[in-house]
Design a protein around this ligand. Structure first.
Ligand SMILES: [Zn+2]
Length: 302
């Protein structure tokens, strides 16, 4: 078992004063995630990333891209396999406003397992690391990828690391380092399903309006609940990059064309967050990148 210690989230960023019991290994993962995020240096979405430098500018396998069914290779692809996606995670979970998004580092399951994926065209087994979101504003759509030229209100990214690499930093140095699942949200006024898992995250957003603030989530949450009821048997997959600096070309992308309908009143909570300049954190999506002749594959439901 892991050792528990009473630690203040002050240790992470100096802004939350409540003492909350967090397992040491989860706290270490959160601190490491924050260090990785800081190592990219300062950046913002004022020009949707067009002013970012380095690989962001010179790379030829960048993300996001427009995913066009007609231009993709519809081939037989093994199904994506999910492991421990239905297992309750250790709590409390910590969600953070890091100035660029609302981010949650994902801990082990209560049984001490790390949820993971393989199958599809994935080059190995990929362990879940974190989840975050990209969004627009009350009058703009903020998904990163477009599907058949259409963008959506929100895009959720579930980030996974290849099991063969020890750290996220090491994984980003390799083309087979990371696997990210992209899920589109559509803001709707009336919902047909409840999305209890997502609600647990979104209900905490009013507590992380300010840059560097954290909130905790208790109760039962599984990674699978984040996917709602979308169809995971059909998807686009291609080789691309992180969509934030340093834009490392280390990502096998899987983007589902099935869209998750989610209440507009919940999505509106994202539009209220603020960045490190205390300006509204809105439109935190990168502009569409050139495919440069890359193959995009499409798996159809069999
Ligand atoms: Zn992202």
């Amino acid at each position: 078992m892991f050792s528990f210690s009473f630690l203040c989230l002050l240790a992470i960023c100096g802004c939350t004063f409540a003492y909350i019991e967090i397992p040491q290994d989860y706290l270490d993962a959160i601190i490491q995630d924050k260090a990785d995020e800081s190592s990219a240096g300062e950046y913002n979405y004022d020009e949707q990333g067009d002013d970012w430098t380095g690989t962001c500018q010179t790379g030829t396998n960048q993300s996001p891209i427009d995913l066009i069914f007609e231009d993709s290779k519809v081939v037989a692809i093994p199904r994506l396999r999910f492991y421990n996606y239905d297992q309750a995670l250790q709590t409390p979970l910590v969600i953070t406003n890091n100035g660029h998004t609302a981010n949650m580092v994902i801990p082990l399951t209560r049984a001490g397992q790390r949820p993971s994926i393989n199958g599809s065209l994935l080059p190995g087994d990929f362990e879940v690391q974190s989840v975050h979101f990209h969004w627009g504003s009350p009058h703009t759509k903020g998904s990163e990828h477009a599907i058949n030229y259409q963008r959506y209100d929100v895009e959720m990214h579930i980030v996974h690391k290849n099991r063969i690499y020890d750290t996220m930093g090491e994984a980003t140095l390799h083309p087979d380092g990371l696997a990210v699942l992209g899920v589109m949200f559509r803001a709707v006024d009336r919902v047909t399903s409840q999305h209890y898992g997502l609600n647990k995250i979104f209900n905490q957003l009013p507590r992380i309006v300010e840059y560097n603030s954290n909130a905790t989530i208790t109760g039962t949450l599984t990674v699978g609940q984040l996917l709602g009821n979308i169809v995971t048997g059909e998807f686009f997959t291609y080789n691309g990059s992180l969509t934030t600096p340093d834009c490392a070309e280390a990502v096998t992308w899987t983007v589902f064309p099935d869209v998750l309908d989610y209440p507009r009143r919940q999505i509106a909570k994202l539009w209220n967050l603020r960045d490190s300049r205390r300006m509204p954190l809105v439109d935190n999506y990168r502009s569409i990148q050139d495919t440069n002749g890359r193959d995009v594959y499409y798996r159809v439901l069999q």
